[in-house]
Write a protein that binds this ligand. Sequence first.
Ligand SMILES: NC(=O)c1ccc[n+]([C@@H]2O[C@H](COP(=O)([O-])OP(=O)(O)OC[C@H]3O[C@@H](n4cnc5c(N)ncnc54)[C@H](OP(=O)(O)O)[C@@H]3O)[C@@H](O)[C@H]2O)c1
Length: 323
Amino acid sequence: MFAVYAESFSPEDPLSGLTIGERPEPDVPDGWTTVTVKAASLNHHDLWTLRGVGIKQEQLPMIIGCDAAGIDEDGHEVVVHSVISDPSFSGADETMDPKRSLLSERYQGTFADKVTVPRKNVVPKPESLSFEEAACLPTAWLTAYRMLFVQGGCRPGDTVLVQGAGGGVSTALIALARAGGLKVFATSRDETKRQRALDLGAHAVFETGERLPVTVDAVMETVGQATWLHSIRSLRVGGTLVTTGATSGNMPPDMGLTRIFFLQLRVIGSTMGTRGELASLVTMMDATGVRPVIDRVLPMEDARQGLEAMAQGDIFGKIVFTR
Ligand SMILES: NC(=O)c1ccc[n+]([C@@H]2O[C@H](COP(=O)([O-])OP(=O)(O)OC[C@H]3O[C@@H](n4cnc5c(N)ncnc54)[C@H](OP(=O)(O)O)[C@@H]3O)[C@@H](O)[C@H]2O)c1
């Protein structure tokens, strides 16, 4: 079948290991289903994979891609939940399974004609969402949902700061926070992206690192090193920082430790979300009419072009591949 896969890793030149060609049809273990992929979306995770982060040499070749929407074996339109828990895991929150993995880490990913997942890892796609829109939800939008409403404990009326407005997760954070009744601040390095964040629903936008007019209840962090200290400094006493990524590096020169303990800040990690949270997100999208920001839609054959744009940071929202 057609597939976009990693044949080798390169931390410096991640696209050098990208291959677009043919891979064998997937094996289907008992209790798993095969989804015919109609659309898949790109995440920074796919660049990390090509850099060799979170995956071992012996797992190559690996089809990349965490996100997909398509049609399952029974003909149902579905959204794929990318968090695969270990069969021995019996807890309610798959993200807390120490042996969990995301598609394209242990199991083959979604940039292909077909992807195979445990039957419980599909969620019905409502008619109101296109395949392209639904394909944006399983990683970036689910991560944003959990950051805000689960780990961040954000409530209507709270004020939240979203760092790095242009990213897939960040655009989801802005749109979901606005739909959830929060006051939304956002930062970006780029004037055009700041304007687009306002159009998307942010109440106010700031240059990266600019002092805010007031402190906020919560900060949503995906950028890491480049914005960490500003995030800490932007919080009110007892405020919450939710961290889920470190695109710019994971070694801030100053962690703001003194401020963290004096102001009794809470620093909370967040990763992906549960199947139940994905179902709630899908319902929220259906009910509110909020839709993912799609930067561009490309045929999956042009995946290299999408990855190049992401590597250059030249995007606002999600890049979607169609089959
Ligand atoms: N833990 C999880 O479950 C999980 C899930 C999804 C994503 N993530 C992680 O979250 C991060 C974002 O993912 P994504 O898919 O949204 O990536 P993306 O679309 O490539 O977004 C990157 C964002 O980072 C900002 N940025 C990058 N370098 C920066 C710098 N030097 N200074 C300031 N801002 C910078 C950009 O903001 P501007 O251009 O607007 O300034 C942009 O918004 C990645 O590290 C990813 O691995 C983690």
